[in-house]
Design a protein around this ligand. Structure first.
Ligand code: BG6
Ligand code: MG
Length: 217
């Protein structure tokens, strides 16, 4: 099973932006006087779209919002989130990531990003990651978000590589499901480590080298 491409999730896999997403949702919750929104809830926001993430916050209140109000709330959160990205630079790239992607490139493996985030292009530029990737597929390209496989299938298509030759690296349950639904290998990293649907689970980027060796044979 010679793999030809690795598709990375962005938030929580390549960069630390998950914490900034959480902080912005927490502030929005506070503005709405919602007190019960916690880090455990934030785990369920991982991988899913901005609107689906908003629903996780709104579960905590009895107040009802119409679609227009929900869109305004999502925009408000995004404005706070984008503001917190102003000073983003390569220090936000997770430990071991630059070395690992350099190693993959040297092996001739194609690299793509597959993320629900519409802020993906900006984050890749600011962190200096963009130049390493052959293709980027993100919230701006898709109609359906993870666990639908669309974002990863678009990435594979942009690379010109069959899904069966792609490995996806994900830290969210929705992302693992999306990778499997797309006919790809799914590697669960960190937070998603205990996801039973993943083909392999690792706790850190350093453990990914042996996974690639294994898939490379
Ligand atoms: C995913 C995050 O990568 O992107 C989610 O894990 C987030 O938490 C989603 O809601 C959408 O991101 P954005 O930046 O377009 O709001
Ligand atoms: Mg993620």
């Amino acid at each position: 099973m010679m793999i030809k491409a690795v598709i990375f999730d962005l938030d929580g896999v390549l960069v630390t932006t998950d914490e900034l997403h959480f902080a912005a949702w927490k502030r929005l919750a506070e503005e709405l006087n919602i007190t019960g929104f916690t880090r455990a809830d934030n785990v369920r926001q991982r991988g899913v779209s901005r609107m689906a993430s908003l629903e996780v916050v709104l579960e905590k209140t009895d107040k009802k919002f119409n679609e227009e109000e929900k869109l305004a709330l999502a925009e408000r959160k995004n404005a706070m989130y984008v503001k917190s990205l102003e000073s983003l630079d390569k220090s936000a790239v997770l430990d071991g990531v630059f070395d690992f992607i350099t190693y993959l490139k040297q092996k001739g493996i194609k690299l793509a990003v597959g993320s629900a985030s519409s802020n993906t292009p900006m984050i890749l530029e600011k962190t200096g990651l963009r130049k390493y990737f052959d293709a980027v597929s993100c919230g701006l390209d898709t109609q359906k978000s993870k666990p639908n496989p669309e974002v990863f299938l678009i990435a594979a298509d942009k690379l010109g590589i069959a899904p069966s030759k792609c490995v996806v690296i994900e830290d969210s349950d929705a992302g693992i499901e999306a990778a499997k639904a797309g006919g790809m290998y799914a590697v669960a990293l960190g937070e998603a480590e205990h996801n039973g649907k993943a083909d392999i689970s690792v706790s850190s980027v350093d453990s990914l080298y042996k996974v690639i060796e294994m898939f490379g044979k």
